[in-house]
Design a protein around this ligand. Structure first.
Ligand code: PEP
Ligand code: MG
Length: 677
């Protein structure tokens, strides 16, 4: 009884151990009061060769294949399998050495799958040829496995489409969208060892030997591969920080393998070709000794360990994923658009299912080549409106041709183009300006002093809150005119070639209705001019970003001018919290570790504060304009919990990076399933 009491207490106390706290924080598990303890009588797998123990998944958790997948050890206790102390045998082996028990195990697995309507993770023991089922829970799986299992179970008639939608987590899709090696055959002669393909995907990084080092190096912006003899729960922080994990010992159900798979992190486990010496901080492979800091690459799908940095390429989408995504698209009500700045990205976005472009950041187009930057710099230093106009005119053809490409790629879908947003100093190099100034003196005929003084005038104490967004377009109307002309000349030109163009012009950083009115008038005038010059006409919309808290509070007035709203939640978060987007990194880790914040609000929307402003804004905006279209194009547009919030508060669309489109679509479908809508 004393032993039992101590064991129970040990489990309860484990809840507050640093590693459990870290695990919960990484997996965003909040608000639980503690853990429970189940007490079962023991059976013994270590009673000789007619006994054994094993762990299995009812389907392959990596690929989703419908076949029992697990590991087994004769004459062993469960801990021997999962801890990686002994490398276990494939479950197939049990078929021959304990056929009766194996058959019963198979039947039990089928019953359990039918009952739980899911792929199960099962622990069992055989004591003197008699099978005991110890534990059964939903099995952790990779993204690839999750999608295949969901699609197969629908096809097998085990579940319906709506249940399938709930079976795949948005982060699972993130794994599918993870990089692979560009050319696996190219590195064959650089493979230095092979272990178990514990968690698929590819990773490149510098070797570190401790979890603390992994976290520290990662904090310095380095990509690391955590190389360990075996991992334990103490290592979760470092494992999370690492790009990939390599272990010398442990099977496919070892700690490293299971944890990495759950995160979609590349992992090679049980790599007995290597000898890890973490005191000397070296790993020995045959005659070679590799120190900390050496670059290696891991292929988590094949178990290969490769010397050096191998080029990575983005993943391709499978048929199962296409089927699954078509179900999500059928179910969701929220539209999903993409944030795209180039014609090539527009094509990718469309392939990934984007229903339009919700944000085209035009400033990114100015950065595309040296000539463009040069033209922007001429515009920056211009003193007279004539000088500025001449510089701006140089930019017009570039913008026009980019817009043409984007409109073509998005034929028939809306394209939301945002007018120039960043502070002008971003177009000047950091540090030594002499080289640029010299170049500008040749181009403009101004002397160095004049140019320096002009640049000095543009310098801002707090550029994030300075002359950016619509403040730029109001200060330099010629800039807005040029951008709008480029948009409509491009729109007219491609629509004359049979392309259906749906342009939406978006004004950034509006805080007063007067700002918006100023820009809307300009936009409409220029559009009308282009239409009369070309003898064409197109329907288009003019709307605004909602990024300044004041705009949310006077949204009824803003909506008089705006045909649509798009929440720029990056800036809205910045200005609501008063945390600079550029400098938040200095104190955010402290805020997170002390629990002052539970999430980085720039990653996960703060529903209480920023979310409340969003709700007020939608209500006020639609009071003025009941059909007001409302979207969101900040980074939160691709973050699942934020997407769920947006769907619930009546937002029409989210816009996110092309690779996050499927994730946002799934999150939106899951909300619809939960709501029963
Ligand atoms: C935003 O502020 O959320 C936004 C999309 O604009 P940017 O990130 O370009 O400031
Ligand atoms: Mg913004």
């Amino acid at each position: 009884m004393k032993q039992l009491e101590l064991a129970i207490k040990a489990v309860f106390n484990s809840w507050d151990s640093p590693r459990a706290i870290k695990y919960r924080s990484i997996n965003k598990i909040y608000g639980l009061k503690g853990t429970a303890v189940n007490i079962q009588s023991m059976v013994f797998g270590n009673m000789g060769t007619t006994s054994g123990t094993g762990v299995l998944f009812t389907r392959n958790p990596s690929t989703g294949e419908k076949k029992l997948y697990g590991e087994f050890l004769i004459n062993a206790q469960g801990e021997d399998v999962v801890s990686g102390i002994r490398t276990p045998e494939d479950l197939e082996m049990m078929k021959t050495c304990m056929p009766e028990a194996y058959k019963e195990l198979e039947e039990n697995c089928e019953i359990l799958e039918k009952h739980y309507k899911d792929m199960m993770d099962i622990e069992f023991t055989v004591q003197e040829n008699r099978l005991w089922m110890l534990q059964c829970r939903s099995g952790k799986r990779t993204g690839k496995g999750a999608v295949k299992i969901a699609v197969d179970m629908v096809n097998e008639g085990l579940i319906d489409i709506r249940s399938a939608i709930k079976m795949v987590e948005p982060r699972h899709l993130d794994q599918l969208l993870h990089p692979q090696f560009e050319d696996p055959s190219a590195y064959k002669d650089k493979v230095i060892a092979t272990g178990l393909p514990a968690s698929p995907g590819a990773a490149v990084g510098q070797i570190v030997f401790t979890a603390d080092d992994a976290e520290a190096w990662h904090g310095e912006g380095k990509s690391v591969i955590l190389v360990r003899t075996e991992t334990s729960a103490e290592d979760v922080g470092g494992m999370h920080a690492a790009a990939g994990i390599l272990t010398e010992r442990g099977g496919m159900t070892s700690h490293a393998a299971v944890v990495a798979r759950g995160w979609g992190k590349c992992c090679v486990s049980g790599c007995s070709d290597i000898l890890v010496n973490d005191t000397e901080k070296v790993v020995v492979v045959g005659d070679n000794v590799f120190p900390e800091g050496e670059w290696i690459s891991l292929n988590g799908s094949t178990g290969e360990v490769i010397l050096g940095k191998q080029p990575l390429s983005p993943p391709t989408l499978s048929d199962d994923l296409a089927t699954f995504m078509s179900w999500a698209d059928e179910i969701r009500h929220l539209k999903v658009m993409a944030n795209v700045d180039t014609p090539a990205d527009a094509l990718t976005a469309r392939q990934n299912g984007a229903q339009g472009i919700g944000l085209c950041r035009t400033e990114h187009m100015f950065f595309a080549s040296d000539e463009r930057i040069k033209a922007v710099r001429l515009m920056i230093v211009a003193i007279t409106p004539e000088q500025r106009k001449a510089a701006i005119d140089l930019l017009l053809p570039y913008q026009r041709s980019d817009f043409e490409g984007i409109f073509r790629a998005m034929d028939g879908l809306p394209v939301t183009i945002r007018l120039l947003d960043p502070p002008l100093h971003e177009f000047l190099p950091e540090g030594d300006l002499h080289h640029v100034v010299k170049e500008l003196t040749c181009e403009t005929g101004m002397n160095e002093e004049e140019i320096f003084s002009r640049i000095e005038k543009l310098t801002e104490v707090n550029p994030m809150l300075g002359c950016r967004g619509c403040r730029l377009g109001i200060s330099y109307p010629e800039l807005t005119e040029m951008q709008v002309r480029a948009i409509f000349e491009a729109a007219v030109s491609v629509s004359n070639h049979g392309i259906k163009v749906l342009p939406e012009v978006m004004v950034p950083l509006v805080g007063t209705p007067q700002e918006l009115k100023h820009q809307v008038r300009l936009i409409r005038n220029v559009a009308a001019k282009v239409f009369s010059e070309t003898g064409s006409s197109l329907s288009y919309k003019v709307g605004t970003m909602i990024e300044v808290p004041r705009a949310t509070l006077i949204a009824d007035e803003i909506a008089e001018e705006a045909e649509f709203f798009s929440f720029g939640t990056n800036d809205l978060t910045q200005m609501t919290f008063g945390y600079s987007r550029d400098d938040v990194g200095k104190f955010l880790p402290i805020y997170l570790s002390t629990g002052i914040l539970q999430n980085d609000p720039f990653e996960v929307l703060d529903q209480k504060g920023v979310g409340q402003l969003i709700k007020i804004c939608i209500e006020k905006g639609r009071a003025t304009r009941p059909n007001l279209e409302v979207g969101i194009c900040g980074e939160h547009g691709g973050e699942p919990s934020s997407v769920a919030f947006f769907a619930k508060v009546g937002i029409d669309y989210v816009s996110c990076s092309p690779y996050r489109v499927p994730i946002a679509s799934l999150a939106a479908a899951q909300v619809a399933v939960e709501d029963g809508s």
